[in-house]
Write a protein that binds this ligand. Structure first.
Ligand code: GLU
Length: 377
């Protein structure tokens, strides 16, 4: 398969599409660009009809809110009030655009903690999975109404990369008013060359975001934030497409060969995720497994509470724990779906007893097989 934007979009299974405010909001009327949204909804529906899962990261809450409340000032609380009003208008516009295709939109508002703290990240991930499993199109934005500077992603390019990582997407499409990365600013330099494919984000490439291309793209994110987002996505095994959204149906245009920059990812999202579990987390506890559980894990199953003979360590939900067998030999590592105190209470129990023991219905497994890396024997 040739590595280009069209084939990347064609081959992707789970796609995050980030849409900047300038595409969604008419600068004069300060209302949603209905024609563009209608065409985008058709593009998304076409992807869905081909069995792809799509997540939209949509900017526009602040711009729409200001359109409705033009007297708002520039203080933080004014911006947050604008976001409050604008976000519901944004969702209404998305719901109306998707409805004719039989698609339901689901609002997902994130703050940085939701992707940076593992416990919250597991919760957010479970919600996004549930939405996708029910055929909903998640429409993600930053929770601008409560997010202040210290706790913000700051721009939706980064937010979209984190959403791609959270959802284990294999493609992130950043749609804005630039059709990719150039060796120099194409508006000023006739020799500027467009880069269709970037296979590694070398310091030279990253520097292009800070120099000639720094002011490319209106809105919060210029090229530097796009490359930073691509770097986050790449480390999560997700490729990035930087493409222009300044045409109706930009996703169809990419499939038809429109100019874009593809930043490839060497590993798939699952492999990258497993490397992250195995390589960058220090275990906060240990679970001793009975022989039946060890055999089940090696056969590709998840770890059930029933298979845990003993546990130690003050781990939290989402922390990495070490797995050992009854003789103390290493079996692997994984992310716990319950904190140590809860794990101690459900240990040895059947999964259908969890609710009665804890008083709520949580995960039916203690560690999901996707969240686990076994040692080679
Ligand atoms: N979250 C902001 C909004 O919806 C946009 C931030 C950005 O586009 O980078 O208005």
């Amino acid at each position: 398969m040739t590595l280009d934007a069209a084939s990347a979009l064609d081959g992707a299974r789970r796609i995050v599409v980030k849409i900047g405010s300038s595409l969604l909001i008419d600068a004069e009327t300060r209302r949603p660009t209905r024609d563009w949204l209608t065409a985008m909804a058709a593009d998304l529906a076409a992807l869905r009809a081909r069995g792809r899962e799509v997540i939209v990261v949509s900017s526009g809450s602040i711009a729409l809110g200001r359109g409705r409340l033009p007297d708002l000032g520039a203080r933080l609380e004014d911006k947050q009030a604008a976001a409050s009003v604008g976000q519901s208008l944004l969702m209404a516009a998305w719901s109306a655009a998707l409805e004719p295709h039989g698609l339901v939109a689901g609002q997902v508002l994130l703050t940085r903690d939701d992707t940076e703290r593992r416990r919250r990240w597991l919760n957010a991930r479970a919600t996004v999975q549930a939405l996708l499993a029910h055929g909903v199109v998640p429409i993600v934005n930053e929770n601008d109404t409560v997010a202040t500077e210290e706790i913000r992603y700051g721009d939706n390019d980064r937010l979209a990369a984190r959403a791609a990582q959270l959802a284990r997407a294999d493609l992130l499409v950043l749609l804005s008013d630039v059709d990719g990365l150039y060796t120099a600013d194409p508006r000023r330099d006739a020799n500027a060359a467009h880069l269709p494919l970037i296979e590694s984000l070398s310091p030279d490439i990253l520097a292009m975001g800070g120099g000639a291309n720094a002011d490319a793209g209106v809105g919060t994110g210029g090229m530097a934030t796009k490359l930073a987002a691509a770097q986050i996505a790449r480390s999560a095994g997700c490729a990035t497409l930087i493409a222009s959204g300044q045409t109706l149906s930009p996703l169809s245009a990419i499939r038809d060969g429109a100019r874009a920059t593809l930043i490839a990812a060497p590993d798939g999202p699952m492999a990258a995720y497993k490397q992250w579990i195995a390589g960058s987390l220090s275990p906060a506890g240990t679970l001793t497994l009975d022989p039946g559980a060890v055999a089940a894990l090696r056969a590709g199953k998840s770890l059930l509470p029933a298979g845990v003979a003993a546990l130690s360590g003050a781990f939290e939900k989402g922390d990495c724990v070490r797995l050992i067998d009854a003789e103390g030999r290493a079996v692997g590592v994984g992310l716990a779906a319950y904190a140590a105190d809860e794990a101690a209470r459900i240990r040895g129990r059947r999964s259908d007893e969890i609710e009665a023991v804890l008083g709520y219905r949580g995960a039916s497994v203690l560690i999901h097989r996707d969240d686990m890396v076994l040692d080679d024997r």
